[in-house]
Design a protein. Sequence first.
Length: 377
Amino acid sequence: MPELQLAIPTLFGLEGLAADELRRLGLSGVQAENGRVLCAAAPADIARVNLNLRTGERVLIVLGRFFAGDFDALFEGVRALPWEDFIPRDGAFPVKGHSLNSALHSVPACQSIIKKAVAARLGEKYGLQTLPETGALHQIQFSLMKDEVTIMLDTSGPGLHKRGYRAVGVAAPLRETLAAAMVMLSRYRGKDPFCDPFCGSGTIAIEAALIALNRAPGLDRSFSAQKWRWLPGQTWLDAADEAMDKEFQGSYDIWGGDIDPAAVAIARDNAVKAGVEDYVRFEVADARTFHRDEPYGRIVTNPPYGERIMEKQEAEVLYRAFGSAVRALPAGWKVSVLSSHTEFERTFGRTADKRRKLYNGMLKCDLFQYTDRNHKP
């Protein structure tokens, strides 16, 4: 099979991180766009990217790009693609997608036309009037932007943020891909003490442990493309072996605290599911009285915003007390806090050294980073 092009959708703000991850995996032609990253890949890279990527949402194969201002152009453009190279005679091929600023704005109508075009091509190639669709899932995705159509196949299945360890969550959970991004943006490398004083279900601390261990986040889950006939099963075994060979051994000081005992119990259970229970400690603790004696360390945390869990004023009182606790830490501590609260810096008591716009789901947030402890309010 010739070289493929992959598209990796990301949460807004994480495109650069995902691009860096792909380059470290040795992929070429890496190009970050708004909300996604493109790269060239061999078929074997489908398994490698799905298993190893921490900040991407899924791995899509780009089958074609063309312009379509009407349904005839859409039908012919889709029909011209080599579907028989990817979808077997019994393959299931549902269609989903989105349309923005395009003449073809009805998503259900586009889905129907694309489905008909794929069925026409496959029916002709396989000599079938009706395709059974009883086999493996080959989810088709389309994107229509200013009349440009991108047609893709989803290799991942459930989104890559679903690592497999978080069976039970708490209110307002943080997506695993965003948690991993926060850890990476803090430049944590496994050497410093690492703390999350608002740990909830433990996602940030668990992602920190996976990063410290250099453990591939997708090792404990399955992917749609594992059932595809044209992609050999050995590809996935080889990718898993390669990933496990790169794991580190060591002892790490990774801690998570939460005032809610139920959340701490869930976090501990999730750490066991993720296989990192020997590397992370979770305790019932109040972030307002957080204290550590070590001369340096990192705090990466996602306190309640006052949007979904707490009232805004309660959140401000909490930020004020947490800010006082942080200022009492030794000078070598670096702090990263994700919040959507517009008055976070004022109530925390200090302007951030760096701010980065991120999205927690559809909620626009800032990652407030405090790296220079000599900087006073």
